[in-house]
Design a protein around this ligand. Structure first.
Ligand code: SF4
Length: 369
């Protein structure tokens, strides 16, 4: 592209991409002001999203629209398959970009480079949601080579075939971990989950990257949240070990007891819900968690079973927002499936959608008896 054409592109980009809303997850908010200052110096009008942000299911599209933003830059996560993305967000950097270019070339499609122009050079994926350009800049943790080697030694001393998954923060070196394991004679299997963007990626609500054929599951992740996503499945873990692996040390910890604890908590919530009369149905307005048709259906179903039910709407559900609704005995969570882990925080039993199905079966049986 010659100098004049470059200037024209920059001018058009400035006009059509501004104002910009920047959305950071909690752990990266300290970087927000530096990004805002940098973009303002380049001539963009910039706003910072100050709500809570936990995942790419949680794009601040409503807020972007409300302030007239043309671009939303979402930090920390890989794209989530939101219904508003008519086309899968496209890679603009890295390995995946080359794969996409090759595929487009094979199909004889031209790539419109203007369409892939990013505001920030760090942007990895771009999509369009409800007319707003959305750029994704995932957080990339630094790989620890010694930790990968410690992990591979442990696995190869105990297993022949394992399933491995990791989070968006570590997925850029997933292939290196797999290679290290295979180099020691371990077969590694993994799949693409239902809501994830890349094969081998796991979410707190989607453990489907793990392959049941393996002898054991390993989840390379900080903290227990992703490894305990298996609490959402009914799969017996009696004979299958589930380990979370600390990316800093490579040390693996068996998390089956924690998964069982969360499953038992759902069973206790189910027992309370069978006796309950008044239900609050939690409906989030976050684009990737908003299930209004399901919430309406639950209300109708519960009422048909002789219960009282109301739909409670919020972007983020907090203890403060719920605590004065003294009328409800139990909440049904249609938002993030892992909200139900926080029974203690909300002070009432919360059933996620999978346990809710069991509730309806049991109440229907009781009604017929
Ligand atoms: S676990 Fe919850 S916050 Fe995380 S991606 Fe799933 S729905 Fe979103």
């Amino acid at each position: 592209m010659n100098k004049k054409a470059k200037e024209k592109t920059a001018y058009l980009k400035g006009r059509s991409y501004s104002p910009i809303l920047l959305q950071f997850p909690e752990g990266l908010k300290q970087e927000a002001l530096a990004y805002a200052t940098r973009l303002e110096k380049e001539g963009y009008e910039v706003y910072l999203f100050a709500g809570l942000s936990f995942g790419a299911c949680d794009l601040a599209i409503d807020e972007a629209k409300r302030i007239g933003a043309k671009t939303l830059i979402h930090f920390g996560h890989l794209p989530f398959p939101l219904p508003c993305f008519k086309e899968r967000p496209r890679a603009v950097r890295g390995k995946l970009e080359n794969v996409e270019k090759e595929e487009a070339g094979r199909k004889g499609e031209g790539r419109d480079e203007g369409e892939l122009e990013a505001v920030l050079p760090e942007t990895e994926y771009i999509g369009v949601c409800e007319g707003i350009r959305v750029e994704f800049i995932p957080y990339r943790a630094k790989p620890n080579i010694a930790a990968i080697s410690t992990f591979a030694d442990f696995v190869s001393s105990k297993f022949k075939c394992v399933s491995l998954a990791t989070t968006a923060q570590h997925i850029h070196y997933f292939d290196d971990i797999v290679e290290e394991l295979e180099g020691r004679g371990v077969r590694v299997t993994y799949k693409k989950g239902s809501y994830t963007f890349l094969p081998g990626q796991i979410l707190g609500c989607d453990p489907n990257a793990l392959d049941k054929e393996a002898e054991a599951y390993f989840i390379w992740a900080d903290g227990l949240f992703h490894a305990t996503a298996l609490s959402l499945s009914t799969q017996s873990l009696e004979k299958k070990a589930v380990f979370v692996v600390d990316p800093m040390t490579g040390k693996a910890k068996d998390v089956r007891a924690e998964i069982e604890r969360l499953r038992k908590r759902q069973k206790a919530a189910l027992a309370a819900a069978i006796q309950a009369e008044r239900f609050g149905i939690l409906l989030s307005t976050k684009p990737g968690q908003s299930r209004i048709a399901i919430a309406r259906n639950i209300k109708r179903e519960l009422e048909a079973l002789g219960k009282q039910a109301a739909i409670l709407v919020a972007n983020t559900f907090t203890r403060e927002g719920l605590e004065n609704f003294n009328s409800f005995d139990v909440y049904i969570d249609t938002a993030c499936l892992r909200l139900a882990d926080d029974n203690e925080l909300f002070g009432k039993p919360i059933l996620h959608l999978l346990t809710y199905r069991e509730l309806v079966d049991q109440l229907s049986r009781l009604k017929q008896a």
